[in-house]
Design a protein around this ligand. Structure first.
Ligand code: SIN
Length: 347
């Protein structure tokens, strides 16, 4: 599958039309739609094909054209940041994305941002942005589970919903959000929980923040966690590996990870973050030498709570891939295990 990665912002388009239903507003809300690829921009050979397709093909103009109702809610501007399958997301694109979001939101040009993104790494990008975006203005990620060419494509609806949320005043100060299938999620809590369903996202421990649909944009709850931690988007991210725990793990992968220079390891442990004895020995030695080890869990419900061990940190309710993002950012600031432990508690 060939991927197209474009070097910088490659296109900017403005999606103007006459506004309806926003008469109370002094002026239309200006929402930038930053497109990065994914299934929402995917193309298949036929309208009935929803599994075999190429992600990250169509440009941002095509995405906006497919959701013409957007102009009832906002003045949307499209910008193509890259066009990839999100399995190929890189630190470089993350950095560029966060810098662009911060730049736009610091200006008068944008009242909010929507990011069209592949669903496979959406939760990680959302978490990264929630820790690096400095504005109170809304930032909303969305995507699709079916390619744009599918007869029942979910992308246009998701894009419309995301713009509605980004254009709503209620979304201000709520941190980075993910909107999929009519549900509004907090970047911290949202996870991809289904391989193919259009209802692929859930916020398992905390529950979703709200909904968007016929009744408008409705937030059912607020979160007090947003904004407690912030990191610079520009700092190089150190290597942190996720190791998946399983019966019979003899530590070979832990050794390999340390050999290639991991500064941190997230162990997706068994149950409440338990680590098989041979691996635990290796990781304890690594922790003594300054590698930060975080116990997460391969179990999809519940949080990892302290075992009383002081050598290892606990991921809490962050899943392994999200704990990795936080740990990488934390390591750009400090190598002190206690400081990082506090960051995991705060976030
Ligand atoms: C991707 O993550 O880019 C492909 C899968 C998807 O968007 O659903």
């Amino acid at each position: 599958m060939e991927k197209i990665l474009l070097p910088a912002v490659v296109s900017l388009s403005v999606f103007f039309c006459s506004m309806r239903g926003v008469s109370a507003s002094p002026r239309p809300r200006r929402i930038f739609v930053l497109a990065t690829g994914g299934t929402i921009a995917g193309e298949a050979a036929s309208p009935s094909e929803i599994i075999d397709y190429r992600a990250g093909v169509l440009g941002v103009d095509a995405l906006l054209d497919a959701a013409p109702e957007i102009c009832n809610f906002a003045e949307a501007r499209g910008e193509q940041l890259c066009n990839i399958d999100s399995k190929d997301m890189t630190d470089e694109i993350w950095r560029r994305l966060a810098l662009r979001v911060n730049e736009l939101l610091a200006s008068d040009e944008a009242d909010g941002i929507v990011i069209a993104h592949g669903t496979d790494t959406m939760e990680e990008t959302a978490l990264f942005l929630s820790l690096t975006v400095e504005s109170e203005k809304p930032v909303v990620l969305t995507g699709a589970m079916r390619p744009a060419t599918a007869e029942n494509a979910d992308g246009p609806r998701n894009l419309l919903d995301a713009v509605r949320v980004a254009a709503s005043q209620e979304a201000e100060g709520k941190g980075v959000l993910v909107v999929m299938d009519g549900v509004i999620h907090d970047a911290r809590d949202v996870e991809k929980t289904h391989t193919t369903s259009v209802a692929a996202f859930a916020s398992r421990e905390a529950g979703p923040l709200g909904r968007v649909g016929e009744n408008g944009v409705i937030f059912d709850r607020v979160t007090s966690r947003n904004g407690r931690l912030k990191f610079s988007a520009g700092a190089p991210l150190p290597r942190v590996d996720v190791l998946y725990g399983c019966e019979g793990d003899d530590g070979a992968l832990a050794r390999a990870s340390l050999q290639v220079g991991a500064k941190g390891i997230v162990y997706a442990g068994l149950g409440n973050g338990s680590i098989p004895a041979p691996v635990e020995k290796i990781l304890a030695r690594a922790a003594d030498e300054g590698v930060i080890v975080v116990r997460a869990s391969r179990v999809s419900g519940g949080a990892v709570v302290s075992s009383g061990s002081t050598k290892f940190l606990d991921s809490g309710s962050l899943n392994p891939q999200k704990a990795r993002v936080l740990l990488r950012l934390a390591l750009t600031k400090t190598n002190d295990a206690e400081e990082i432990r506090q960051m995991f508690r705060d976030y």
